[in-house]
Design a protein. Sequence first.
Length: 475
Amino acid sequence: MGRIGASVYVVDDDDSAREAIVGLACAAGYDATGFVSATEFLAHQRRAASACLVLDADLPDVNGLALQQRLAATQDALPIVFVTGHGSVPMSVAAIKAGAVDFLMKPFDADALLDAIERALEQAKPRPDGQAVAGVVGTSKPLCEVLRQIEILASTDTTVLIHGETGTGKECLARALHELSSRRARPFVKVNCAAIPAGLLESELMGHERGAFTGAVARRIGRFELAQEGTIFLDEIGELPIELQPKLLRILQEREFERVGSEKTVRSNARVVAATNRDLKAMVASRTFREDLYYRLSVFPIVVPPLRDRKDDIPNLARHFVAELGRRFGRPVKEPSTAVLARLMQHHWPGNIRELQNVLERAAIMARGGEIDVSHGLHAELAGEREPGASGDEACDVAEYIREQLAPEAPIDVYAETHKWVDRILFRLTLNKTGGNRSVAARLMGISRQTLRVRLRSLGQLCWCSANEDEAEVA
């Protein structure tokens, strides 16, 4: 953002600090004005369209955090940079979660303050409707609040814990945090803690030496080493075995570890971003997750809203996914019609964005003329009036689906798409029979519960599972 015409308001009761900040901002080309108190600032009626606030956290009349909350509740909200001589980590986290761009301790570096002011003014710029931020699509108020926190955290190395239901896009947000940070040119390494057997997870994370165990025929570099200077994303962190939790805690605290079978200490400076759809506080209470690790991971927690709470984003998401499907299929798929978008907006979306993506993929496959409409399975998928196999003749359903897949304009991966269709029939009917109990359903089908869980996740259909099951994911 250009500095000409941009205003910086400085509220600080310390005359020398206030005058120094005003002088620094003016020298950098901003129009800066100082105020001795919150009351004086609030009485100042003329506000520039492009402006930010440099605010002392310890004002005599109104506490800086209280002023921040007061401004946030009005149409007069401004991006805020806090400065203080008596700050603390809880205070800074509270300020940033409430909307502050940065929280600087006095005496602060002049360049750091100017950088924070620049970021604050950039944040104040309106974003074009539907524009993606680092690959994250949507402009709804709940999502914008999450993106604001992501943009703030990108300038730090703080450990972040992302909470959210299955299918809400936690990995996408973790990647956005990496792409917006100074680490963007370094590796983004992801680890799904639920997908790797417990006996192999330590080696996967920290590596091993040759001969460390049976089958270790060569040295293996672990994910933490691969993520040096970059970001490591620990998905499904709630599934981390209890015996490995002290080792992860040590990495977070000491920034060091040893490969399996080695006495040599390896330093790690990878930024850690973790994600979960489980209630870690409840797991701490039940002693299945270490309390000290929980607090180390959740230095800055971010809660991702479910799709039902950000339905304003559905049209942009639908257009985005349909455009992607057209590129994948190698044939044009027209944007969803108004009727289709209206139907999508009515659905509750228990499977969140992943469910939306899968529904649109099936509709796009069936869209022979290249345009999705409500006849392409959407009504049945979303209203639940007819599920796969509900006609009473599953063989006819599958045969008809295969014929559709073999049409000239359909995608070429008929085998994979048909397997998905059959899996949807099998899993839905079996889980309906067991009342959503995955353990019983897995036994009936002769597969492991982990295999069922992975397949359900790949289909975006974890919503079929019972919320009361002992091991079911919780938000």
